[in-house]
Design a protein around this ligand. Structure first.
Ligand SMILES: [Zn+2]
Length: 91
């Protein structure tokens, strides 16, 4: 182990920052975490794209997901407007 840090390693670390953020944003939106992580690491501008993507994951008080067809509905909906199945009570 030496104190010398390879430039490639530094670049990798710098690329990891938007990658991790992109992956985290993708996770919150039920997106492909690995795919967005790589995409944002290579092209940080995609952070904006994923940031402004509408959430695809259940967000308490805002969105819920139909367990039958996986479509996203408003939190207050009690019946899925896509497949017509009853939704379990969200509390
Ligand atoms: Zn449904």
């Amino acid at each position: 182990m030496s104190g010398y840090v390879k430039p490639e390693f530094v670049v990798l670390l710098i690329m990891m920052v938007p990658g991790v953020i992109g992956g985290w944003l993708a996770a919150n939106r039920a997106r492909n975490v690995v795919g967005w992580c790589i995409l944002c690491a290579l092209f940080p501008v995609f952070l904006l794209v994923i940031y402004f993507n509408k959430p695809l994951r259940e967000v308490p008080g805002k969105f819920r997901q139909c367990p039958t067809c996986r479509e996203f509905l408003k939190w207050r909906d009690t019946t899925c407007k896509y497949c017509g199945s009853d939704l379990p009570s969200g509390g």
